[in-house]
Every structure is written in structure tokens, then in C-alpha cells.
Design a protein around this ligand. Sequence first.
Ligand SMILES: Cc1cc2nc3c(=O)[nH]c(=O)nc-3n(C[C@H](O)[C@H](O)[C@H](O)COP(=O)(O)O)c2cc1C
Length: 325
Amino acid sequence: MKTRITELLGIEHPIIQGGMHFVGFAEMAAAVSEAGGLGIITALTQRTPADLANEIARCRKMTSKPFGVNLTFLPSVTPPDYPGYIKAIIDGGVKAVETAGNNPQKWMPMLKEAGIKVIHKCTSVRHSVKAQSIGCDAVSVDGFECGGHPGEDDVPNFILLPRAAEELTIPFVASGGMADGRSLVAALALGADGMNMGTRFIATKEAPVHDNVKQALLAASELDTRLVMRPLRNTERVLNNAATERLLKKEKELGDKIKFEDILPEVAGVYPKIMKDGAMEAGVWSCGMVAGLIHDIPTVKQLIDRIMSEADAIIAKRLEGFRAA
Ligand SMILES: Cc1cc2nc3c(=O)[nH]c(=O)nc-3n(C[C@H](O)[C@H](O)[C@H](O)COP(=O)(O)O)c2cc1C
């Protein structure tokens, strides 16, 4: 399949793996890129820029195909060493960066001078238009369904994607709730040039996480995610578990007096415990409603091949069949 996204990124299939904290290691990114999509290493999971440089080098040994790096700009009192991470990306010869969180404007000159394609992930049309105006090459439009941070507008992809198509001239991918060939064809129909998946890629053989995480996704339905941290205007969609329930109870009890410090036990430093050790109740972790569409743990190649052949069958048989009728 050829779209503006496959052309822009030099990939075979219009499928991107979104950055994921403690999932986006070299193994994950390389598996997606080897299967013809764009795999993405998550920069901030690496403790230092030197660690990121090593991770990029490790990924390069596993695949000769293009892969990217996610740079998440978090609001923070002591920000990570972003210039150092960007230097590691440039020196590592990475050609695509997924930015997320705050506006990446400050870092655009460094990235563009190095010839890097910038895909900014945003949860609203206004942020997408802003990304376009500051020179991003593409955007990833993340609907309310998504795992992780859906923003505060709560607009689902059936509205958000065609609205993005109305306003944007640069290509965009649909993100949030994407799982299979049906998602891909729907995304294309709504104006996107491809799709970005997070949660679905965790339930694959190569995803470098504890098997308990994959089993939790198999067991979950579309009803099993919750929105946390809304009172802090840092809304996150997570899988429901004991920690999530505890956090929501605190939100209810403390109301608008709640502070980030009140929920530290549920959110701080929990990812390694969950993703590496499989301690599923250790804290809250991002998960999309798409969990309801996850019924198996294929290899990444099986997943991507299946998506592409399903999409092909939907277009050539189901949709074409309606036309003929
Ligand atoms: C476990 C997990 C961790 C994530 N961590 C990050 C992150 O560190 N930075 C980021 O930009 N997005 C992060 N995301 C969001 C994904 O990149 C992607 O936008 C989202 O998962 C898309 O929605 P979906 O899960 O419905 O496919 C994370 C998602 C998950 C499920």
C-alpha cells in the first residue's frame, strides 16, 4: 500500500508503533520495522542520552530498515536532558522522530537541520494545525479512545480524524483504537494516510514486557479502561486495577484539592514493576479501549501481515461489492 506516510518515511506499510514507556525498547521497534512498519524507541525510558545512543545502536543491529525515536515533552520542574537525547538521535542516524506532549517548536531547528522527519502526536485539531505551522512533516492524531494521554477535549476519532482532514495539508495517521485491517481502512476513509498503534503492539510475541501484561490485555474488554488524573489536567487512560481504583478514590475524596504528590504511590516509578516484573497491581499503566479488540498474541509480522491482507480484502471485496450492488 502506498500513501503519503509510506512515501515520507520510506516504509512498506502505513503502520507506526507509537512510543511506549518501558515497551519501546530496541526489540519492539526492530520487530515493527522489520515487518515493514515504523518501529519507535521511547527516548525517556532510557535513563541518559548515552543509554539512548546504545539502544539506537542495538536496534540498528537488529534491523537495516528505518525506525524512529519518540521524544515526549513533559511538563516538569527538572526537565530531562532533551538536547542530549536529540544529539543521540542525530548522531545515531535516526531519520524520524515522534514528538508528543508539549509543542516541539523549540527543538524543530535541530531536528530539521539533521534532515529528520518530525511526526507530532496531538489530541486536537488546533494542536495539529499548530504542528503543521511550525514545520512538522506529519501528525499523529490521537483520539479520545487512545491509551495514554488523550488530552482534555474528549473528541473520539470518528469526529477528530475528518476534522483533521478538513484543516491539514500535511499527512496524518490515525491513532487511538487502531487494531486491525478494519481500523486501517476506516482511518484511510476518514482522511488519514495510515495508522499508529500502541496497545495492540504490546500483545505481540516480540513486545519486551512480562507475559502478565500481555495476558491482562487478552483478558480486558473495551469496558476495562479508566481515565485518571483529570483533576490535574493530565488525563491518562489506564487499565483498571487495584491501583487505579485507589487513585480514583483519592480523586473523589480530595476533589480539586488533589495534588500530584497525593497520587505518587500509584504513578511514580511503576512502569518497570509492571512491564518488567509483571506486578500488575503495582500502579496505573496506559492502556487503550482497543484492549477489547485484542484476542491473540501473534508475532509482529503476523499482526502486520494480517492487517494488510484484511485491509486489502475489505477494500477489494466488501467495499467494492457495495459499489457493484
Ligand atoms: C503502555 C503505554 C505507554 C505509552 N507511553 C507513551 C510515551 O511514553 N510517550 C508517548 O508519546 N505516548 C505513549 N503512549 C501512547 C502511544 O504512543 C499511542 O499514542 C497510543 O497507545 C495510541 O492508542 P492505542 O493504545 O489505542 O493504540 C503509551 C501507550 C501505552 C499503551
